[in-house]
Write a protein that binds this ligand. Sequence first.
Ligand SMILES: O=C(O)CCC(=O)C(=O)O
Ligand SMILES: [Fe+2]
Length: 303
Amino acid sequence: MSRYAADFQGFSDDLGASFQRYGFAVVADHGLDEDVIRRAIDDAKAFFALPEDVKRAYHQPGTGGARGLTPFGVEAAKGAASVDLKEFWHTGRELPEGHPYRRYMRDNLWPTEIPGFRDDVYAMFEALDALGRRILKAIARYLQLDDAFFEDKVQLGNSVLRMLHYPPVPADAPGVRAGAHEDINVITLLLGAEEAGLQLKDADGEWLDIAPPPGALVVNIGDMLQRLTNHVLPSTTHRVVNPAPERRGFARYSTPFFLHFNPDYVIQTLPGTVTAQNPDRYAGKAIMAEDFLTERLREIRLL
Ligand SMILES: O=C(O)CCC(=O)C(=O)O
Ligand SMILES: [Fe+2]
């Protein structure tokens, strides 16, 4: 991100090229406040260490896991036979009383057992939201759109910060930490992927390890941006495989921030991404971001 200020065009070219090739990019010097990150992750660890019945009080079945806890053994990758070996907490955007988007965004839940949780985790939400918007500016430049193209389409997006806990994996565990899937949203900003396991599926079908340097941010394209760009920027399949025997006893904590469009934004192919070789894959199929999300949450068994 230091290059962002010094050479925005160069930064945008390289970031965009990595997205176009892999659907992923690693940003080393993201500039997020390390204390904000540490406090939020410490709170998440403290929450996940609470007794199961205490945690369960923050699960709201039938709500798509939009807020609060989704317990171990609920989410499964689209079409997968086994559930993922993870539990997670979702925090969404806070909106003022009476805001029209409140019909799309539930109230956040806050665990009273962890005193700093609300302030700490929401600070991380806001930091990632701001960084995501800066990254979208570079993506807009790469796509030869106005730099501010995404700004009024995501500034009140239905975005979600996911604090994930993958417990140690017993030798006989069925399934994997996170089955092969694509993200639903616009872009994902992922911290905490240093514990090995994250892999992306390359264009030739081969699984590649993503091994970011300590503290680095992994960014990937989600289905909504893939659709908007007529697949010029691909939403790449990824998964989290189980650890090698010597790391089985270690938990993994990672924190993807799923940046979404404003709920009523209509996703319609960008004209500049349509060519003779890449005709419009979604002609006549404009869809509102909120409807697209609902469709996909059904497929991953969260609704
Ligand atoms: O835990 C990770 O590193 C990745 C998680 C992920 O891909 C997701 O939750 O969508
Ligand atoms: Fe993902």
